[in-house]
Design a binder for this molecule. Sequence first.
Ligand code: C2E
Ligand code: MG
Ligand code: MG
Ligand code: MG
Length: 283
Amino acid sequence: HAKRSGRGRVVVYSREMEEAAKRVTRIEQALRRAVSAGEVEPHFQPIVDLRTRRIIGFETLARWTDGDLGSVPATVFIPIAEERGIIGPLSQLVLRKAAEAARSWPKDLFLSFNLSPSQLVDQNTGLHILATLDRTGFDPRRLEIEITETGLMNDPASAEKIVENLRRVGIRVALDDFGTGQSSLGRLREFHFDKLKIDRAFVSSILDDRPSEHIIRAILAMCEGLGMDVVTEGIEQEAQAERLVQFGCAGGQGFLFGRPVDADATLGYLRDSFRGALRVKAI
Ligand code: C2E
Ligand code: MG
Ligand code: MG
Ligand code: MG
């Protein structure tokens, strides 16, 4: 009997894997269709000056709702898009729509845009970004690209070439999710980043955890020395924001200030920001 149940478990396990693989393929096919049909949308999350609570820019985050699958989280469809070679066209679509929307926003606001690791080994990435900005008439000096350390590891020389070409026209480069994954301080010597985004893992424990506090303070000191801007991600509580201001962190992002919303709703954020009302709205 034991044997049989053992074998049964193996069968169940492989069936689960088969189901998972089927689901990935289903998402892949639906996503391909959605990208060709132009159905992936940019949403925008405010990035604020922590002291004044005024919006200084927005991060672009891809959103996709399928007729059958419903709303699929970016954490699910972005990795599939990467693995299955859809990230290039998806990225172009989202950047084009984002640039079209952000074109009419106040000129002092920046727009940030995420690049996946696989895009940093493909020299077409830079060309596509420049072509998209050109076509939409979006000022490259208002664009910031967010890359992760993982994205730099595969082929650092290739990534550097792409980044250099983008920087030449004024696009800024941010290191995203800093403090997670394969963090290496050496990378900060080899590569110049305009901005560093501290991962939300540190923020969630900043109020009750001494190590997180010390780590954030050390990162802030390092950024100041290296001349990098800083944004702390994942701020959900007022007390976290206040603590970060005490530490001297200038930039913040998180549900406290606003969730990612579509282009229309973003105009509401802009109105609130100009009235200085983001603080009130957040509570
Ligand atoms: P990311 O670039 O680190 O983006 C920040 C993520 O944190 C977003 O998740 C955002 O919704 C979430 N977030 C923001 N504030 C808070 C907060 O206060 N609390 C919590 N718990 N979460 C917060 P999202 O939109 O699900 O995106 C996940 C990841 O997918 C992104 O991480 C990014 O790596 C990737 N991604 C999203 N859109 C794109 C895209 O257009 N292109 C590429 N290549 N990657 C994208
Ligand atoms: Mg990001
Ligand atoms: Mg991030
Ligand atoms: Mg992330």
